[in-house]
Design a protein around this ligand. Sequence first.
Ligand code: GBH
Length: 448
Amino acid sequence: MAFPDGFLWGAATAAYQIEGSPLADGAGASIWHRFCHTPGLVHGGDTGDVACDHYRRWPEDIALMRRLGLQSYRFSIAWGRVLPQGTGTANSAGLDFYERLVDQLLEAGIAPNATLYHWDLPAALDDRGGWLNRDSADWFAEYADLVFRRLDGRVKMWTTLNEPWVVMDGGYLSGALAPGHRNLFEAPIVAHNLLRAHGKAVQAYRASGAHRIGLVVNLEPKYPASDAPQDRVATRRAHAYMNRHFMDPVFRGRYDAVLVRMFGAAWPAFPASDLDLIRTPIDFLGINYYTRNVVRDDAGRFPLPVERPVQRGATYTETGWEVFPQGLLDTLNWVRTRYGNPPVYITENGAAFDDPPVAQGGAVHDALRTDYLRQHLRVLHRAIAEGCDLRGYYAWSLLDNLEWAHGYSKRFGLVHVDYRNQRRTLKDSGAWYARVIASNGQCLFDEE
Ligand code: GBH
């Protein structure tokens, strides 16, 4: 009942959420630094100024990874540390930080998996239009190339973008995330430029890199609230908007017609050759999976968020997301059948719960999180049996961290962080995950 040999077990983080010291050693500010320092945008006025202080405590964090037995660690590189202005003059001290991290991970026997963009665009580039500027694809490829040249060979698994859908939707449509725009006309332009940036970085990698590069998307399966035709139509629209938006262009070189119709007059014109760039073959797909959506007729009110009727009997996490492991199986089978069974990693999966306080002697009894992880991992075993080419799994997250606009109020970590003193405490879920890794998943099926 164990997982296949070579199945990769890891945990994930992102730069702005854990590092702190965002302006240290010559780094340029990011849009998230600006967003957090604009009053009223982030819960409690929280910022990434200190976060988990990982920028200074990374050796201790690698020790934690060893304790968990992680085989791989997925982290992101802050663009502004490497190129303070986003393009042009490189900041060697920024690259040094990631080089030391990577070398020590390798020393610890942990394979680094580096993401180039997890939402922290250099503010200097935002001043030039950010992702709305067609040049953004070239800026990104320049940055990517610089990082590849310093770290490829030691990093053997690269990701271009983390969740472009969230960058577009949160950053440019709902405005809940940096840079906080709300503009129907901007969203599809941003999506298209993100895809072009991804394609250009993959092409740059083919020219200089020797290992593997992929894209990470957030997928959330959509189910109709009823059999009514209107609910089915709304479900198809929600699916086009979130799930097919980035998958169809990357794997099939075209945009879904339903999506184009939804944006209507806001759909941008672009040269057809863009799609050739976007569909440049990748080596793996990363999927971040948290929940599903049940969709009720939206009466064509796009881009308003779809209605999410509460499911009776279901468990919801602290972020209000339904726990629905079956959706992960459905998602993997959808990717397998629609997109030709690409190699897949689950690059994020996890849950925020209201953890009990740290107990005497240092323990956090977070049974709900263990339950969540166990249910999802069992489903993955099933997906492999059904033929999905699933290569590995990363829990989100190694540490409690800055949950974007929620600030520090939501905790996803396998390790508890006391933000008053930066003390780290392994939660029960972390100790449990260490046993999963040590048994290559076998223990998932020994427990009742
Ligand atoms: C990820 O995004 C991020 O990559 C990571 O940085 C972040 O910390 C982590 O997840 C936890 O949030 O309200 O029911 O309609 C998560 C992507 C997209 C997942 C929107 C939840 C809405 C669910 N999210 N989705 S619902």
